[in-house]
Structures are given as C-alpha cells and as structure tokens.
Design a protein around this ligand. Structure first.
Ligand code: 5AD
Ligand code: SF4
Length: 482
C-alpha cells in the first residue's frame, strides 16, 4: 500500500551532521562571477512530493550525494541541481510537478548551468518521454536507480541528458545510512521494504516501484538503534504493505511481527509506528505483538478503498467487506485502545449509488478516527486503464467524495470528543502552528494534541489531559511530567 497522504512540498534542509560538506559550505555561485564558474558546482536542492516512502527515499539519495561531495542547500536560488522527487499516484500529483517545472524555467534562465532532475515515481512511469516533453529537465532517475545519481549528474554536467529507470528485484539500499533531512530530530522513517505486487486495479505503484522485496532485519534494527542513540524518540517503519515483510536467511524466517518486536526492543522509550497495512494479511499475531509492547503505537492504518463487495473484487483488493470487518473486530478485541484510519476511493469504474452507500455504511460501522479520501483518477498502464472504463461522471465522483468527507468529519469529531477527560502520553514534536506559546505532540493513537508550552521542550514525553477538541485536534493540559 502506498501512503500518498502528504500533500506538502518540502524543501529538504540538511539537519544531520554535515561533515561531508564543509568544502562547499557558504559557496555562492553567481553567473557574473567567472572564477566560481570554473569551480565545481555541487549545490543540490531537493523537493519531495507524495508519500512517506518518497521522503524516506530523498534521505537515501541525499546520503548518496553527500558522500560524493555534494552540498544540500535550502534555497532553490542557491542550487546547481534541483532534484524533484515525484509522485504518480493520481493525475493531479503529476500536474503539480509539470506546473513546478514551468515555474523553474525563469530561475534556469538566470542560472543557465542549473540542472533539473525528476526522480521517483513519475520518472519511472514516463522515463525518457519526460526528457522529450519537458525541455528544462536534464535527467530522470527511478526509485531503484539512486545509486546511479552521481554518475548521471556528472553526465548532465557534460551537457548530455540522461536517464536511469531500471527497476530491481533486489535493491533495498540497506547499506546506506539515510541523511536526516528537514526533520525535527524526534521522529524518523525507516524503510523496511520496497515495491508492491498486489496490483490493485487502480494503482500505478507496482509499475513505478517494482516487485516487493524486504530489507535485512539486522540493518533495520541497527538503523533504529543508531537513531535512538542520536536522541530520536519515534520511528516509523515504512513499506507499501508491511504485513508481507519477509526475510529468509539460512532457513530462518523473519516476518513483520518479529521485525516489529525486534525494533520495539531497541528501547522502551523509542516509539514505533508502521505504515501501511493491507487488510488481506493483517494477522492476529501482529495485533498480539502490538499489545505486548507499550512502545508500539496503538494506531493502525488499514485502507479499505471501498465498502462494496463488487467494487473490492473489481479493484482486486483480495478481501470482502466481511473479511475487512472481521479484521476490525480483531483490532477492537486485541487492542481496545487502538485508533484506526483508512484510505478510500470515490467513483472507481462502474461504481453505482448502491456501491457508494456501502462505502458510507462501512465508515459508519468502523467509525474511523481519520481517513484519506480520494476521487478516482485513471492511471495509465493499470488494470483499470487496460480493461475498464472511467465511467463515473466527474460531478458524481465529487459529490460522493464530499459525502464521504462530511461523514468522516463527523466521525472524527465524535471520536475526538470521546477523548475529553482522558489523559494520554504525548510525545512533544514542536511548536503549534497557531501560537508559539503552545506546543503540539501526538498520542500513541496518532492524535494531535495542543497544549500550553510552559517550560516543556520538543522530544519530551508528557501526560496531557484532553479538555476540548475539534475534528482534527485535541486540546489539553499537562498533568504530570516525565
Ligand atoms: N486514484 C485515486 N486514488 C488512488 N489511490 C491509489 N491509486 C489511486 C487512483 N488511481 C489511493 C488509494 C491508496 C492511496 C495512497 O491513494 O486510496 O491507498
Ligand atoms: Fe497499495 Fe494496492 Fe497500490 Fe500496492 S497496488 S501500493 S497494495 S494500492
């Protein structure tokens, strides 16, 4: 499963130790300074779009480039290379990148040596076609080819457009220590597997990220331990479908529940989260593992996509609504304090009013804490594009999506109201967006809580009693300190 929920464009600032960079620190490249023109131009600006997996990937290629002597800059105006890590999950994600490319043209006129590279899923989907269609793009590099990035960048510097888009069934980048970009120093992602071969009928991910492969668990645990020693308090294990994580070595098999336990044992003060789970293989064993460790966060993202049996079959989701509800039941029984979130698509091919009602009914039954809600967007190459018709009119898709959103807002509010009067352990993440006098953090259930700053700092664990709420946020007061 592909978590494509982060709409933010983040320019990536170097947060971690910058020891590889010092040669280039503070160097300014200006067109009217010929002396600098002869020097190596190695300033890189990274923009990341799309899912958490993309953010984790940017930290991987960031690390590869730092080792090669490149410098990360946080102003696009200072860069010699702009790397755009892209998403292809819906058409509007790609349109956004095209628009950004148009915006960059003006800057490229001022900095004629500046190269723009497209990385990630859109690069993989369109390959060299992108070089032909977008004249200001010099290189495209797909998600499994980031090791080639330095050589590709050297090539384009020599004036040749270049592409590296081979997919691999082995690459996991497990020997690369990601550089922590633009982070808060408190929570970090660890990618545990890559690819997806579920071939949901609407989804482009299997074509842009290749076959599923799991990363050596030892390297995952080492990365978690390293982050913990660096002072990180929370890690999120990432994969398109973490439940099918599987590492086999000399007859021994490590599955996701075992991996999760290994990571949870790194330290009881290190919170562990994961995303995303596919309902077809969410096991009771996993739920029992979550129950055993206090530091495994009680929050499960379980994309439903539709509440209609017919739609789920057509989507090739490999479960029925009954199966899904049985998994919800198991969560409620084994983990009574666990929050549940989901993804849903409105207006998939042939969806009728009855199918849509089944989705609303599913929402009313599960009472999700939160949801990422999308309107279906036909993607080239998918099963849907090859065999089905995008026959739900746009205005009907929009109306159905709005109905789901309205229902979910109500459910989120009601669920949050249930939290009032209860006390939660909150990991403080930073200043609240609204006021510097307030901090925000998250509960184990992944709910955002805002409270007065007092003398507290990001990174602390605090007990906060919830006093009021909206559908998106809890507000509370600190009751005891760590
Ligand atoms: N159109 C709309 N939404 C999609 N998703 C995946 N593919 C599409 C598509 N073609 C949604 C699914 C998935 C989430 C990351 O994006 O809900 O879980
Ligand atoms: Fe998720 Fe299905 Fe896409 Fe795989 S194919 S990323 S399981 S939606």
């Amino acid at each position: 499963m592909y978590l494509c929920n982060f709409k933010s464009k983040g320019n990536m600032r170097l947060k971690a130790d910058n020891h590889n960079n010092t040669n280039h620190k503070g160097k300014m490249n200006t067109p009217n300074n010929p002396r600098l023109d002869n020097q190596e131009k190695k300033n890189v600006y990274v923009e990341t779009y799309g899912c958490q997996m993309n953010f984790a990937d940017s930290e991987i290629f960031g690390s590869i480039l730092l080792k090669e002597g490149y410098t990360m800059v946080d102003q696009v105006e200072q860069s010699d290379y702009v790397l755009i890590n892209t998403c292809a999950i819906r058409d509007n994600a790609e349109q956004r990148i095209r628009k950004r490319l148009r915006e960059l043209r003006a800057l490229q006129r001022q900095r004629p040596w500046m190269h723009v590279g497209i990385l990630g899923c859109m690069a993989e989907r369109l390959k060299t076609q992108l070089l032909e269609e977008e004249e200001n793009v010099s290189f495209v590099v797909g998600p499994d080819a980031y090791r080639k990035l330095p050589s590709i960048m050297k090539q384009v510097k020599g004036g040749v457009k270049a592409a590296a888009t081979e997919l691999s069934d082995k690459e996991t980048y497990d020997d690369i220590d990601p550089v922590r970009l633009n982070g808060n120093g408190i929570s970090a992602y660890i990618s545990i597997m890559r690819g997806c071969q579920n071939y949901c009928a609407y989804c482009v991910v299997p074509y842009t990220r290749g076959l599923e492969r799991s990363r050596n668990p030892q390297t995952i645990v080492e990365e978690a331990r390293f982050l913990c020693n660096e002072g990180y308090k929370e890690i999120t294990l990432l994969g398109q479908n973490v439940n099918s994580y599987r590492w086999e070595h000399e007859g021994a098999v490590v599955g996701f529940p075992q991996l999760l336990a290994m990571v949870a044992e790194v330290s009881p003060r290190l919170r562990v989260r994961f995303a995303t789970s596919h309902p077809k293989d969410l096991s009771d064993e996993l739920l029992h593992t979550m129950a055993r460790y206090d530091n495994i966060c009680k929050s499960i993202h379980l994309p439903v996509q539709s509440g209609s049996e017919r739609m789920l079959k057509l989507m090739n989701r490999k479960y029925t609504p009954q199966w899904y509800l049985n998994r919800i039941e198991a969560i409620r029984t084994i983990l009574p304090d666990c929050s549940i979130s989901t993804d849903v698509i409105a207006g998939f091919c042939t969806e009728t009013e009855e199918d849509h009602q089944a989705t609303l009914e599913m929402f009313r039954t599960v009472r999700y804490d939160s949801a990422f809600m999308f309107k279906f967007s036909m993607r080239p190459d998918t099963f849907a594009a090859r065999h089905l018709e995008d026959d739900v009119p746009e205005e009907v898709k929009i109306r159905r999506l709005e109905e789901i959103i309205a229902l979910q807002n109500q459910l989120s509010l009601e669920n949050n109201q249930q939290c009032i009067g209860h006390t939660y352990e909150v990991l403080v993440e930073g200043a609240s967006r609204r006021s510097k006098e307030q901090l925000f953090g998250r509960t184990s259930q992944n709910k955002v809580v805002v409270f007065d700053r007092g003398s507290h700092q990001p990174g602390e664990y605090l007990k906060v009693m919830v006093k009021e709420c909206s559908s998106a946020t809890l507000k509370g007061v600190v009751v005891t300190e760590e």
